[in-house]
Write a protein that binds this ligand. Structure first.
Ligand SMILES: Cc1ncc(COP(=O)(O)O)c(C=O)c1O
Length: 366
C-alpha cells in the first residue's frame, strides 16, 4: 500500500465546492489585489492567535523579512536563531544585511536551547528568532526573560505552529511578533504561497502595512523602502474556507501522532517529545532512528512518503560559509540532521495507512 507524505488531494476533495465558490467570488469581483477577504482573514487569524493585529503577506519568508525590516535591522546587527530550521529563518536575517548568530537546539524538542542564548548575546544583538519547529512552541519563558533583560525584541518563527500553545498562550502572541506561513503543506495551507505576521504592537502593525506596499503611506509617497509583500486575495479566500477546519485537522494530526507513539513503544524508534507546557499541532511527526538513511531508502522503495527535515544544519550551508561555521559547532543540530525523519501525519490518514508506515519502519530496525 502506497502512503504519501502528504495528500492534499484528499483534503481538497472534501472542500472542493467551497474553495471553488470562494475563489470564484474573488474572480467575479476582480478585486485582484487587496480587498475584503484579506481584512477578514487578518481579523480571524489575529483572533485565533490571541493577538490584536495581523498583517497578511506573500509568504512566511516575507513575514519574517518584513518584520526584520520594520525593526530597521541591517548591516552591523546580529540576530540570534537556531541552525536547525528551514532556511528562510536565517536567510531573511542575512538578506537584511545582518548577521545570523546560531545557537544550538534542545535535542529533545529540536527548538532553541534557552540556556545557550545568553552567551551568544553581544552589544550588536538586535533581535532573536526562536523557531517553533514541527508544530511545538519553543520554551518561551526563559527566552523572553533573557530577551527582556537585554532589551532585545523576539520574533517568533511560528511558520509551522499556527494555534499551537505554550502554557495556554498561542504561537505568535508571546514575542513582539509572530510569523505564519500558509505554504500548502502547513496545517493551514493556501492554494499557493501566503503568510501573515501577528503582533500586539500597533506601531509595528502600521509599519508592516506600509512595508508590504513598498513603504508607501499616501499613494505614491514612500516613507521608507519596503517590498511587494502583499497577500493574494485568492489565497485569502481559500484560507478563509479552510480556517474553520483548522482545529479539527490539527486534532486529527495529534491523534495520528498518538497512534504512532503507541505503536513505536518499546522499539528503537525515538518518538517526538512534547513538553507538558505545550500542545503541538504536529505539522510534522519526526522520529529519530538509527541508520536513518537506510530507513528512508526502504520507505521510499515501498512507496511510503517520508522526508528529512533538515539534512544540513544552516551553519554548514554553502551560502553561510562566510560566517565561519564548522562541523562540531552545534552538535545537537548536527546529530538531529543525521537522525531525524518525518513520517506522514496528515489528517486523512487511515489506521491501515499508519500501520503500513509503522511496519515499514520497524522492518528495517529489527
Ligand atoms: C520554520 C519555517 N520558517 C519559515 C518558513 C517560510 O515560509 P514560506 O515557505 O511560506 O515562505 C517555513 C515554511 O516553509 C518554515 O517552516
Amino acid at each position: 500500500m502506497a502512503v504519501p507524505l502528504l495528500d492534499l488531494k484528499a483534503q481538497y476533495a472534501k472542500i472542493r465546492e467551497e474553495i471553488l465558490a470562494a475563489v470564484g467570488e474573488v474572480l467575479e469581483s476582480q478585486r485582484c489585489i487587496g480587498g475584503p477577504k484579506i481584512a477578514e482573514l487578518e481579523e480571524k487569524v489575529a483572533a485565533i492567535s490571541d493577538c490584536k493585529y495581523a498583517v497578511g503577506v506573500s509568504s512566511g519568508t516575507d513575514a519574517i523579512l518584513a518584520v526584520l525590516m520594520s525593526l530597521d535591522i541591517g548591516p552591523g546587527d546580529e540576530v540570534i536563531t537556531t541552525p536547525f530550521t528551514f532556511f528562510a529563518t536565517a536567510g531573511c536575517i542575512a538578506r537584511t544585511g545582518a548577521k545570523p548568530v546560531f545557537v544550538d537546539i534542545d535535542p529533545k524538542t529540536y527548538n532553541i536551547a534557552p540556556d545557550l542564548i545568553a552567551p551568544a548575546i553581544t552589544k550588536n544583538t538586535k533581535a532573536m528568532i526562536p523557531v517553533h519547529l514541527f508544530g511545538q512552541i519553543a520554551d518561551m519563558d526563559p527566552i523572553m526573560e533573557i530577551a527582556d533583560k537585554h532589551g532585545v525584541p523576539v520574533i517568533e518563527d511560528a511558520c509551522q505552529s499556527i494555534t499551537s500553545t505554550y502554557k495556554s498562550r498561542k504561537a505568535g502572541s508571546i514575542g513582539l511578533a509572530g510569523c505564519f506561513s500558509f505554504f500548502p503543506s502547513k496545517n493551514l495551507g493556501g492554494i499557493g504561497d501566503g503568510g501573515m505576521a501577528v503582533t500586539n504592537d500597533s506601531g509595528l502593525r502600521d509599519k508592516l502595512m506600509m512595508m508590504r506596499s513598498h513603504g508607501q503611506g499616501a499613494r505614491y509617497y514612500h516613507e521608507f523602502v519596503g517590498g511587494n509583500f502583499r497577500l493574494d486575495p485568492i489565497q485569502a479566500a481559500a484560507l478563509l474556507v479552510k480556517l474553520p477546519y483548522l482545529d479539527r485537522w490539527s486534532q486529527a494530526r495529534r491523534d495520528n501522532a498518538a497512534y504512532y507513539d503507541k505503536k513505536f513503544e518499546a522499539t528503537p524508534v525515538e518518538t517526538p517529545y512534547i513538553s507538558p507546557d505545550c500542545v503541538s499541532i504536529f505539522n510534522q511527526y519526526c522520529i529519530r532512528v538509527p541508520r536513518r538513511d537506510d530507513v528512508v531508502a526502504h520507505l521510499k522503495s515501498q512507496d511510503i512518503g517520508c522526508a528529512i527535515y533538515y539534512p544540513v544544519p544552516l551553519h554548514l550551508q554553502k551560502c553561510f560559509e562566510y560566517l565561519g561555521g564548522k562541523r562540531g559547532d552545534f552538535p545537537h543540530s548536527e546529530k538531529a540532521s543525521e537522525e531525524v525523519m518525518a513520517l506522514p501525519v496528515y489528517p486523512e490518514l487511515t489506521d491501515e495507512m499508519k500501520d503500513t508506515v509503522v511496519e515499514a519502519v520497524l522492518s528495517r530496525l529489527d
